[in-house]
Design a protein around this ligand. Structure first.
Ligand code: ZN
Length: 453
């Protein structure tokens, strides 16, 4: 058993790393962890449980993907020939338009959930399709497989010609967001945002896809549903290509001096307050590569989280998220695959890139991340970002049994790395760097094995 126990900060993860060479995980009938620790110390009242022997394997917490796009399931490794905006225009908008077809969307939902299971991603913040019919297919398939998910339709009320199939009127956008909340938010466990497997987010694609009017009604809708735990999810400050890039365009279009203003109710001219803020502890902002100190201070004050997507940032040349400045403010940073700008579904592979990009940063920004910090970012930090840390994220007793059975013998490079590792930190590093999908033998959510069939 290998996990980050308790509720540490990322800087405390090393002390919270638990490696139990002969571990036992006892799961009760409700799918909760009744005991987690050495096999030799299983309490007598639990000793009658059926023993499933997985000697030679590792038990890890399920991975949490804090940012992944459903309608880009077929868009990974698409050659856009440029940075973010040209890639969206040439590759993504046309691919996402296909999700208007219900049959196509159902097949895509099956492939999306299958890929999540293969990668051991038990919980995820899923950036949704523009089309309600596709979102229904995604929620239905997610419920059928038994995975956890927060998702919301990707709202676009303006954009280039290539995005026109994805663009709706303000009225249709607001109605479909309300309908999605009514149908799917806590659908499996009404009124329990602290534990429901299916939940809904309000998801404008990014500031360049919406108008001030959209941000106005969305802020009001977010305020109305704050108590019921509806999330907010979007992209922030990803790409700074000068003149033609995302950030310049946002500042020019809204007339603000800060990108974050658009999501923080300050989307009026000159950054004046024009509506409700969308920031809170159930807000996850993807990327945040080029934020100012004052923007990060506001993210921290709102207790919002960052989805860090290094694999995607490498692909689009977006830069490297400022790890030290996030950590200094205590901002929760969870990992996101950002499929399809990210071409790895496996969150530990994203952690592998995370290690490399921060090792390769310029001298004043280099961070040699600890192995436990990587495991933390791939698991417990994601649960914290989703405001669900009490329910899952590690193998502590009392939490839901969301875990992976990893069989190193199925992937010799992993097996060799583990054999060479000495001590818990080295083991954690070997797993985070060398794990690949073939070694993920079984995936459990709330004690139930999830599978495609
Ligand atoms: Zn994204």
């Amino acid at each position: 058993m290998l996990h980050i126990a308790g509720r540490p900060s990322v800087n405390e993860a090393g002390d919270a790393l638990v490696s139990e060479p002969d571990g036992a995980l006892v799961v009760d009938d409700a799918g909760r962890i009744a005991y987690s620790g050495p096999f030799s110390e299983v309490p007598p009242d639990l000793a009658a449980a059926t023993v499933v022997d997985r000697r030679g394997c590792l038990l890890l917490p399920g991975f949490v993907d804090a940012h992944i796009h459903f309608p880009q399931v077929y868009t990974t490794d698409a050659h856009g020939g440029g940075t973010l905006l040209s890639w969206l225009d040439r590759c993504v908008f046309p691919a996402e338009a296909r999700f208007a077809d219900a049959g196509f969307a159902r097949e895509a939902a099956r492939e999306f959930c299958a890929a999540r299971i293969a990668a051991g991603t038990t919980a995820a913040m899923v950036f949704g399709s523009a089309f309600p019919v596709a979102q229904d297919a995604l929620f239905e398939e997610t419920a059928r497989t038994g995975l956890r998910m927060v998702s919301g339709r990707g709202v676009q009320t303006r954009g280039p010609a290539s995005a026109s199939p994805l663009i709706t009127s303000e009225g249709d956008a607001e109605r479909s967001c309300r309908a999605e909340i009514a149908r799917w938010h806590c659908a499996d466990d009404p009124g329990r945002p602290d534990r429901a497997m299916l939940q809904v987010a309000l998801v404008p694609r990014f500031a360049l896809s919406v108008t001030p009017e959209t941000l106005g009604w969305m802020g009001e809708l977010h305020r109305q549903h704050h108590a019921s735990g509806v999330y907010f999810h979007t992209h922030l400050s990803e790409n700074d290509a000068p003149g033609v890039g995302e950030i310049d365009s946002v500042l020019r279009d809204f007339g603000t001096s800060s990108y974050l203003d658009t999501y923080d109710g300050r989307f009026g001219p000159g950054g004046e307050v024009a509506g409700e803020s969308l920031l809170g502890r159930r807000s996850i902002l993807a990327h945040a590569v080029h934020c100012s100190d004052s923007e990060l201070d506001r993210v921290a004050a709102a207790r919002a989280s960052i989805a860090h997507c290094p694999t995607s940032q490498l692909f689009l040349g977006s830069g490297t998220m400022p790890w030290k400045r996030m950590a200094a403010r205590g901002i929760t940073v969870a990992l996101g695959s950002d499929v399809g700008a990210g071409d790895e579904w496996l969150v530990s592979r994203v952690a592998n890139d995370c290690f490399k990009v921060h090792m390769s940063a310029s001298a004043d920004r280099v961070v040699p991340l600890e192995p436990a910090a990587l495991l933390f970012s791939a698991t417990l930090a994601g649960a914290r970002a989703l405001d669900m840390e009490d329910a899952f994220g590690n193998l502590d007793a009392g939490k839901d049994a969301d875990f992976l059975v990893v069989d190193p013998s199925a992937w010799p490079p992993l097996s060799r790395s583990i054999d060479a590792a000495s001590g818990p930190a080295a083991l954690a590093f070997a797993v985070m760097m060398a794990l690949r999908e073939p070694a993920i033998a079984e995936v459990f959510v709330r004690g139930r094995r999830v599978s495609v069939s």
